[in-house]
Design a protein around this ligand. Structure first.
Ligand code: CMC
Length: 436
């Protein structure tokens, strides 16, 4: 459950129309301060306006700490660097969802509970016959997750902890299967059923790459790289998709519906879809004779809506610690596999040109998590359209943790922002026949 933020001894004062209003200041555990404006409208008739929620804290939360100026990311107090070095992705799921790292016994039980749910209902497979072969896997993913509400009507009540628990197992267990089936459908190969003797990452790689007519050998380097990628994507506080999950969940929509909405939000190229868009951009630069300078110039041109994908972040203004971890992993993996990927070289050159360019320096634009992740996915044999699906698999425990935290909060309310209306004032109605 979210810890209640302390009320600071500080008070903010708002002066408006000759009156002064004292506003409470709340303080988080990392000394972050926020002005509590809950009483503002009742006392002054004013609301606050903040398009894109650039400066708006939507909630208190004890799941993830992020300091964009210092490049810090922690899950439940543990640094992302420590977790990425030492953990299995399922330990991270447990940590985010339940608040603590599991003991050995807790971990074994958790893994077993998830393993029991990896298969899809056979009727669910039939959906894939209906999707066009070239359907984007993010569209199939959100549709099938949404359809879980039709198959698991026994676990839809957000206020019943037992039902929520089983929905959590089902989601964590089935998302890799749903994802891998989407891929197999797109390449016309038979679906590979999950193998519960394997670990979470091994199982996913097998379902993605194995074919029934050949033995599939799981490469431990692939497993390690995938595990790391899932961990660094696992949570990122109130980002667009997580806020969507909370927003949808706040109406008491069930967990499957809330997660399906989060998947849709993640798909956009300004959010999780940036990993696919970034590799598409690197390909484009390669086909254009590797002319990196041309694309940096285009990104700076205000008359051109081209942006460097995988660059910039709403919160990180120094560096993205996830990008640092991924770049190092990328270096290691490509060297170990002896892969000479021209896109990696272009990415490195682009990074170096941009980081020395006044435009990017001034705006504090750095490579983000999506800049190098696509290069690793390529090395793992993951096709480009599946990149954002892997982001979704990684982010799933974060979405669940936030959804649960919101429901457990004593202050839970339906999310319902206000607006400043700018349309026409009252107009006289004109009947259809009299309109010119
Ligand atoms: N290339 C060129 N210029 C950029 C870029 C970029 N990638 N990102 C921001 N800018 C410029 C922008 O034009 C603006 O310039 P000016 O002040 O002259 O108008 C300034 O930097 C601030 O940009 P903004 O759009 O106001 O910043 P934001 O906080 O609203 O947007 C962002 C953050 C991530 C959407 C944006 O940086 C972007 O579009 N990046 C490319 C897409 C991307 O990589 N997204 C993945 C984000 S990390 C994964 C995740 O968690 O979703």
């Amino acid at each position: 459950m979210s810890e209640v933020a302390k009320t600071s001894t500080d008070v903010a004062t708002l002066a408006f129309e000759g009156k002064e209003l004292a506003l409470k200041v709340v303080e988080g555990s990392e000394q972050e301060k926020a002005i509590d404006i809950a009483a503002l409208r009742a006392q002054t008739g004013l609301i606050t306006l903040d398009e894109g929620y650039v400066n708006t804290g939507a909630t208190t939360s004890s799941i993830c700490f992020l300091d964009g100026e210092r490049g810090i990311l922690r899950y439940r107090g543990y640094s992302i660097e420590d977790l990425a070095r030492n953990c299995d992705f399922l330990e991270i799921c447990f940590l985010l969802i339940y608040g603590e790292l599991p003991t050995e016994e807790e971990f074994a039980n958790f893994r077993d509970s998830i393993r029991r749910h990896t298969m899809l209902h056979e009727d669910m497979r039939l959906f894939y016959n209906g999707f066009p072969r070239d359907a984007h896997p993010m569209a199939s993913l959100s549709s099938v997750v949404s359809a879980m509400s039709t198959f698991y009507q026994d676990s839809l009540d957000p206020n019943d902890p037992k039902q929520v628990e089983i929905s959590i197992y089902r989601l964590l267990a089935k998302l890799p299967t749903i994802a891998a089936f989407s891929h197999k459908k797109s390449i016309g190969q038979p679906f590979i059923y999950p193998d519960n003797n394997l670990s979470y990452c091994e199982n996913f790689l097998k379902m993605m790459h194995a074919v029934p007519c050949e033995e599939y050998r799981i490469d431990p380097d692939f497993v390690q790289a995938l595990n790391l990628l899932l961990i660094v994507h696992a949570d990122h506080e109130q980002n667009c998709s997580t806020s969507t999950v909370r927003m949808v969940g706040s109406s008491n929509a069930n967990l499957f519906a809330s997660i399906a909405a989060g998947i849709c939000a993640l798909w956009g190229p300004l959010h999780g879809g940036a990993n696919e868009a970034c590799v598409a951009m690197l390909e484009r630069i390669r086909e254009d004779n590797g002319d990196v300078a041309k694309y940096v110039k285009m990104a700076k041109d205000k008359d051109n809506n081209f942006r460097l994908m995988g660059f910039g972040h709403r919160v990180y203004k120094n560096f993205d610690p996830r990008a640092t971890i991924i770049k190092a992993a990328c270096d290691r993996l490509l060297a170990k596999l002896k892969v000479d990927d021209p896109l990696f070289k272009i990415a490195q050159e682009l990074e170096s040109v941009a980081l020395n360019d006044e435009y990017f320096v001034q705006r504090k634009l750095y490579p983000n998590v999506d800049f190098y992740s696509g290069v690793i996915y390529r090395a793992l044999g993951i096709p480009m359209q599946m990149f954002t699906v892997l982001f979704a698999m990684g982010r799933l425990p974060g979405w669940i943790a936030h959804w649960k935290e919101m429901h457990a909060s004593p202050g839970k309310k339906i999310c319902r922002p206000r607006q400043v209306y700018t349309g026409p004032t009252l107009r006289e109605f004109v009947p259809l026949k009299k309109r010119s």
